[in-house]
Design a protein around this ligand. Structure first.
Ligand SMILES: CC(C)(COP(=O)(O)OP(=O)(O)OC[C@H]1O[C@@H](n2cnc3c(N)ncnc32)[C@H](O)[C@@H]1OP(=O)(O)O)[C@@H](O)C(=O)NCCC(=O)NCCSC(=O)C[C@H](O)C(=O)O
Ligand SMILES: [Mg+2]
Length: 272
């Protein structure tokens, strides 16, 4: 099995999806500040474009994304496209695979050995949510598929995310129990920066490491909100400096060693 650098995945803030069938988007992605580029072979690509999208994904990963890591999202294990998709990944220079609609731990285990890449699992089916703890054991990271989940749970369009709360918490819980990264789903609206920002704040409060994006205009907001703010960085530095071990008073609150570890993790996410 291919090992993966978990500490690198925990640093990602924005995961940019784009259809592998869209050459302009591929070109554009090379100039953008997303932390991970995901070339989609699944729902964003029309049936008649699947073959050319695979060829484009191979070519795009060979050319690279200006040093940025890149993943290919493949159709689920049960799909008629899975075989050709996995052959595509094997020929590509993708750093990661994103496997859509993961239902069982076996799918991840098999994909990891078939494709010889770390596999990020999309948790976007009721069964996937319920089996998340076992699925996390072989996954490199989780990505919440909030569109598919909402649809399969019967949550009406525009009803907000309250009906997803249990699933989102379970995705983060299972990821943390296995020590892997967890990323929030996409925000579909393209012209509501406020709505996107609110969903990022909510996602960070759930414990997600970062968020999926579908358009260049969403990257800056996600990167800003999922990176520690200058105030958080300053507070973390002061806490580490002040801490002497055990329970102590600091800045009008109690701190212990776990808060020092938390502050160090925050500084690592901030880049030092
Ligand atoms: C959503 C879009 C279809 C909107 O397309 P469009 O209106 O044509 O975009 P713009 O004209 O505003 O684009 C401006 C320029 O930016 C480039 N662009 C657009 N999107 C991307 C992108 N994602 N990555 C890179 N570059 C992008 C355009 O090419 C324009 O460039 P230029 O012509 O040079 O100026 C479109 O944004 C899009 O297709 N987004 C990605 C959709 C996608 O990948 N969906 C699949 C993943 S989401 C999902 O499935 C979640 C999950 O499974 C779940 O269940 O929730
Ligand atoms: Mg989906």
């Amino acid at each position: 099995m291919i090992p993966f650098d978990n500490s690198r995945l925990r640093q990602f803030r924005s995961l940019l999806f784009l259809p592998a069938s869209n050459p302009r988007a591929i070109e554009k992605a090379r100039t953008l500040d997303a932390d991970l580029v995901i070339l989609d072979l699944e729902d964003a690509v029309r049936e008649e474009d699947k073959d050319s999208a695979r060829a484009a994904a191979i070519e795009a990963t060979a050319q690279g994304f200006a040093g940025k890591p890149v993943a290919i999202r493949v159709n689920s294990k049960g799909s008629p496209h899975f075989g050709a998709d996995y052959a595509c990944v094997r020929k590509s220079k993708a750093d990661y695979v994103v496997l859509a609609k993961v239902d069982t731990p076996k799918e991840i285990h098999d994909a990891r050995s078939l494709m010889e890449r770390p596999v990020m699992a999309m948790i976007e089916t009721p069964r996937g949510v319920l089996d998340a703890v076992a699925i996390a054991r072989d996954a490199a990271a989780f990505i919440a598929g909030t569109n598919d989940l909402s649809a399969s749970l019967g949550i009406p369009d525009g009803a907000g995310r309250s009906g997803l709360a249990y699933a989102l918490q379970r995705i983060v819980l299972a990821a943390r129990a296995a020590g892997i990264a967890a990323f929030d789903g996409v925000y579909n609206r393209l012209e509501s920066d406020e709505g996107l920002a609110a969903e990022c704040v909510e996602g960070r409060a759930y414990g997600f490491d970062g968020k999926s994006v579908i358009h260049p205009s969403q990257i800056a907001t996600v990167n800003r909100i999922f990176a520690p703010s200058p105030q958080e960085v300053e507070a973390a530095r002061r806490l580490i400096e002040a801490a002497g071990g055990g329970a102590e008073r600091h800045d009008g609150r109690m701190i212990e060693d776990l808060h020092v570890a938390q502050a160090r993790a925050l500084l690592a996410k901030a880049g030092g």
